[in-house]
Design a protein around this ligand. Structure first.
Ligand SMILES: Cc1cc2nc3c(=O)[nH]c(=O)nc-3n(C[C@H](O)[C@H](O)[C@H](O)COP(=O)(O)OP(=O)(O)OC[C@H]3O[C@@H](n4cnc5c(N)ncnc54)[C@H](O)[C@@H]3O)c2cc1C
Length: 389
């Protein structure tokens, strides 16, 4: 049955859901706090579990106009010695790297303009007998048959679903390291190749995100209130020092990246949320399960959520029951991927030089195909196949 649905947040999860719900003929309104829907930020990896969904909702073709395929990950030590070569499996869809802006453009394509209410920051959610209402400052919208919180890491809808008393238990967890991302012009890689370099307490990776453009990332174990967090000059100096003496082309990539294209984030995840839904309000994406970015799966999981949610809403049962089914289908998978990501982060950020050398030696004797096989459970997932009507 056609439902009137409001989505809070026009990020990757919200836009994917809007597209999927339109295909199911629901009436959708998107609320976005910013004045326009653009993907600010850097590059992203999208694995076959996400590109599978993008293909189903008709967005992959547009992504591929700029995105680059990822066929093999080369893991090196800081002097450039190859530790592992991990082939990425194709399954029914590709692994790609893409600029966040290009992904947003592909997801926004074909969405009716009047469907998106920009400059509308939702400040409260209210359940009434007639449905769910949204409050944006002094304006009120609704009622809706369903409200979806796709409002990211600091979700306001999550506070409504879990209640203020749950806030303390569900604190974000700082993982102990900062991550920089930047974009540089140039062709530093062979087609399909991406690289990650492991040293003591630091990782540096780079991947192609468009013709002649490379996205790089770097990590460092630092306090969450490191004084350079908002100081571009201090960050550049720090990165230059940390990675001096590391294999090429790291210093060239840093040199070719303007300050404005360097973004620094703290790595966070979240304790598993107590509730994913309350009545006719549900959470998806980072609003319910932000994970540390070690497997490049955060957006991919939000994209999967969107497809599964759009399909469970068409099951012949009540909305509340559909939301319980949604949580049942999703909670175990995201918790397990979050644990794997934390493990990779822990191993990748080993600071002790002896332990990090031992880690690298172990990595150098494990066949790359083993990692390919062990990530099959993540990458081979086909979201629509989970919902049996
Ligand atoms: C360093 C780093 C690297 C990453 N790399 C990858 C990667 O390679 N691959 C990958 O899959 N994932 C990656 N991720 C994770 C990915 O960025 C997130 O999982 C993804 O952005 C989550 O999307 P979302 O739509 O759920 O939330 P968000 O992207 O946070 O979008 C939320 C939207 O809601 C809006 N909003 C918030 N509050 C309100 C409100 N009150 N009212 C109205 N609108 C509101 C925001 O403005 C925003 O547009 C990375 C993350 C980090 C930090």
């Amino acid at each position: 049955m056609k439902k009137k649905i409001a989505i809070v947040g026009a990020g990757i999860s919200g836009l994917t859901l809007a597209k999927a719900l339109l295909l199911q003929n629901h009436e959708v309104t998107l609320f976005e706090q910013h004045f326009q829907v653009v993907g600010a930020g850097s590059g992203l990896t999208l694995w076959p579990n996400a590109t599978y969904v993008l293909e189903k909702i008709g967005a992959l073709e547009f992504c591929l106009q700029t995105a680059r395929p990822l066929n093999e990950l080369h893991v090196l030590d800081h002097l450039g010695r190859l530790l592992m070569l991990i082939p990425t499996e194709k399954f029914s869809s590709l692994a790609i790297a893409i600029h966040r802006r290009d992904l947003h453009n592909a997801l926004s394509m074909g969405l009716p303009r009047e469907m998106i209410k920009t400059s509308q920051a939702v400040t409260a959610v209210r359940e009434t007998d007639r449905g769910v209402e949204l409050i944006c400052g002094s304006s009120q919208f609704g009622p809706y048959d369903l409200v979806v919180g796709a409002d990211g890491l600091h979700s306001i809808v999550r506070s409504f679903v879990n209640g203020t008393s749950a806030k303390k238990k569900e604190l974000l967890r700082y993982k102990g390291y900062l991550i920089w991302r930047g974009i540089a012009d140039g062709d530093f890689l062979k087609p399909g190749q991406f690289l990650e370099i492991w040293g003591a307490g630091h990782r540096f990776g780079f991947l192609p995100i468009a013709e002649g453009r490379v996205c790089w990332y770097a990590t460092a174990n630092l306090a969450s209130d490191w004084p350079g967090l908002k100081n571009a000059a201090m960050q550049r100096e720090f990165l230059g020092q940390v990675f001096s003496g590391w294999t090429s082309p790291i210093s060239e990539l840093l040199r070719r990246t303007p300050d404005a294209d360097i973004i620094c984030n703290r790595a966070f995840d979240h304790r598993p949320a107590r509730l994913w839904s309350r009545g006719k309000v549900v959470l998806i994406g980072d609003a319910v399960h932000p994970i540390a970015p070690n497997l490049g799966q955060g957006s991919c999981l939000g994209i999967e959520d969107a497809m599964v949610l759009s399909l469970v809403l068409d099951l012949p049962t009540s909305t509340e029951n559909s939301l319980r089914i949604f949580e049942k289908l999703r909670r175990g998978r995201v918790n397990s991927i979050s644990r794997s990501s934390n493990f990779i982060g822990l191993v990748g950020q080993i600071q002790n030089p002896i332990l990090s050398r031992i880690r690298n030696e172990i990595a150098s004797v494990i066949p790359g195909e083993w990692f390919t096989l062990s990530s099959r459970r993540i990458h081979a997932y086909q979201a629509d196949q989970q919902v049996i009507k």
